[in-house]
Unconditional design. Sequence first.
Lengths: 447, 447
Amino acid sequence: MKKRDEQLHLGAFIYYTGHHSAGWRHPDSGVEQMFDIQLYKKLAQTAERGKFDMMFFADLLYVYGVDQAASGMLEPLTLLSALSQVTERIGLTATVSTTYSEPYNVARKFASLDFISGGRAGWNIVTSQQDIEANNYGKDKHPEHGLRYEMAREFVDVVTQLWDSWEDDALVLDREKGQFADPAKVTAIDYKGKWYSSKGPLNVPRPPQGYPVLIQAGSSGPGQDFAASIGEVVFTAQQSLAAAQTFYSEVHAKLAKYGRTDQELRIMPGLSPILGDTVEEAQRKYQELQALIPPDAAVRLLSGMLSFDLSSYPVDEELPDIPDPVEASNGMKSRIQLIMDMARKEKLSILELGRRILGARGHMQFVGTPEQLVDLMENWFHSYGCDGFNIMPPVLPDDLTDFVDKVIPILQQRGLFRDEYTGTTLREHLGLARPQVGHFRQAAVTS
Amino acid sequence: MKKRDEQLHLGAFIYYTGHHSAGWRHPDSGVEQMFDIQLYKKLAQTAERGKFDMMFFADLLYVYGVDQAASGMLEPLTLLSALSQVTERIGLTATVSTTYSEPYNVARKFASLDFISGGRAGWNIVTSQQDIEANNYGKDKHPEHGLRYEMAREFVDVVTQLWDSWEDDALVLDREKGQFADPAKVTAIDYKGKWYSSKGPLNVPRPPQGYPVLIQAGSSGPGQDFAASIGEVVFTAQQSLAAAQTFYSEVHAKLAKYGRTDQELRIMPGLSPILGDTVEEAQRKYQELQALIPPDAAVRLLSGMLSFDLSSYPVDEELPDIPDPVEASNGMKSRIQLIMDMARKEKLSILELGRRILGARGHMQFVGTPEQLVDLMENWFHSYGCDGFNIMPPVLPDDLTDFVDKVIPILQQRGLFRDEYTGTTLREHLGLARPQVGHFRQAAVTS
């Protein structure tokens, strides 16, 4: 059995002004500051006060439904670079799509962030989801699901090889001899792939962490293999402990195929906590938030997710038969399956289902007291359901502050979470070794 | 005649650890900190203490000659985002190539920087120079000079239209009604060009400055037209007042063709000052720096610039005949012409020419006292040679500190430079109006 870390790992997931889709309408939301660095500074400093392993910024490459939904996001790497100067320890991780970027640019930006933050950078590798994103980049269609992962795997190969293109001791800086770097230790990678090519070397030395931490969020079949091959942190949506345990063991079982060990992976499901001093208070807050979701937004979202227009069906009846929604969707396959299962099992109406999904967006929605939440977290952690959680406060900034003030102290009392940072880099927080040059190249060869 | 700004404008040009190619070998250079944010923080805070209009970060998309030359650069937007949090007023401008980026990404990154800096962002639009850059991005050849400008013009069209895709008052943020933005004021751009397409809208609202300031550095024929059509600041290499005056009047004469007025443009030549309390001291420092340039590096650079291998020619003789070097070069056409003229006129040997160019890299090299430097700056400014200068300290950080401590006070005493910032945005520092939605689109239609 895998040797567990002694304590769990926590990410602070930042998505608009709260993970709940109507969270921005709540009186506690900071929506007026959504494009103001002061909000993000407050969030980062709060999370750091709570000793979180990392900030985790989501990203989307389009705007949608600006009439009703909070939409538009400051570019996450821009935010993280700024936040690196107003924090000292917390990890800084952001989503960047492989489908709409250039490997050389991505390698360089994360290397640069790793330098300016003193080794606190992490990259959440996604492949994007929608045609609407392709359209912003001069393409008609978003590439098909399997193809995107094939491209992404190659993209990551190029990026890690570019990070390796300077050896750790390549810099000489000998003023007297006039030698800046050892040319034998700064070498072209001459990568020629099916989708991407790059000569290299990168124009930035090897990052302080070797590689910024590689985070991966796909939980479908190809997603799991991608995660097993290069994911150091896997972010996933799991609705029950049983499902989480299955996922946990399945991904770990695939590691050996890629020449990797159990110690190189941390699995962190999303968890959106709605907290109250009593269960009733938490329930009240949950109902308040759910009622803020406009019915047509719920139906529209559900239609979009299922690639099936539900607008002509009565909202208080169950879903009609939908021809193969998992296959029809080119997006988040594993998430769609979860939704369909939930709808059938609980006999939810279209509106209930739509609001349920929009609320926590497919992730685990917890409603209860801080003690109950810690019970759940402890149980999942000790039962091999996860190595930690990506915490998704429904309303920002206040629900993050609440978590730090009310949940973190209980976790600490039970010895489940650090009292102080012991390391300075994100890898140290996560207990991940610094990769040697060629680390994932070797893994790829083994596969 | 153009109504002049009352005072001149200054940029602090950051290039490796000094503009002089061997500057990193000087004892005062901060080369050990070249990948450490502390160096850039010091530079930014020094320039802000000097009330500079802006920091100006160069960029290259490759490494070259790591054995002898300072090489590799942290990605400039990463640096500027970080510096936005440790400065309050100074403009933050960076070079980003249109040839190796996506318009949607560039629009979003600069918009985000403009938000987090409170309206201090500027984009130095370049098209890159070398095949070695193309190779890092999966291409064999760098596009030809004229084509690059054609592509760049379209790229900038897409980016400015994306910045305009949210009207200034699009955000509603009405919690009660559940309206986030007015959908009539957030519109697709449906741009379909020859080289770039993007549907839009951007996923960030219109930036605080309307558009981040557009900076342009091409001084050749197509470069001048590009500058006249969209450049708000033009950065140029000029070796004499007469040449600078010609350039100044030529670019201004082209503005009307693009529907623009004299007040929309600021021309800022590069100026690399080597200072001493006496002329002799400055000369000594200049000679010291020049002697640090390795002879083979000088020959190699010159060969590269002229696209002609000089390695078999004696370094102490004049240049051989080179077949049409300006045409052969696909890079900096106007710079090559300057170099050839200088070589013939002064009968320089290959080594002298190579070292001369490597020293100031084609920009004006001043050697003398602070008083003499201010005389020159005043003369150029009052004689319509420029609206200010992009200051290129040969050795960083110390020569920037010197400039701030020794030159700025004289400029201020003569009323040539601000004592304090009066505005908060870069546009305000530069005296540039905030563009209305559609500003450059209109200009394009007129052309």
